[in-house]
Design a protein. Structure first.
Length: 64
C-alpha cells in the first residue's frame, strides 16, 4: 500500500513512522521517501489499521 504522509519532514519522522509500522506488523516492509513524503508498506494489516497506527503517533496519512 502507498501512503501519503504530508507532515513527515525529517529523519526522526522517518524513524518514528518505520517503528510504528513494524511494531504493528513485525514482518512489514516499509520504504519511506522523505522528499515525496510517502511510504510504501507491504503488510498484512488492513489500511485503516495502518493509518490509525500512524495517527496514534501524530501523523495524518492517507492511502492511495
Amino acid at each position: 500500500m502507498n501512503l501519503s504522509i504530508p507532515d513527515m519532514t525529517c529523519g526522526h519522522c522517518r524513524a518514528s513512522v518505520t517503528q510504528a509500522l513494524t511494531t504493528l506488523d513485525p514482518g512489514a516492509k516499509v520504504e519511506v521517501d522523505l522528499t515525496a513524503r510517502t511510504a510504501r508498506v507491504e503488510t498484512t494489516a488492513p489500511p485503516e489499521t495502518v493509518i490509525a497506527a500512524l495517527a496514534a503517533i501524530g501523523f495524518e496519512a492517507t492511502a492511495g
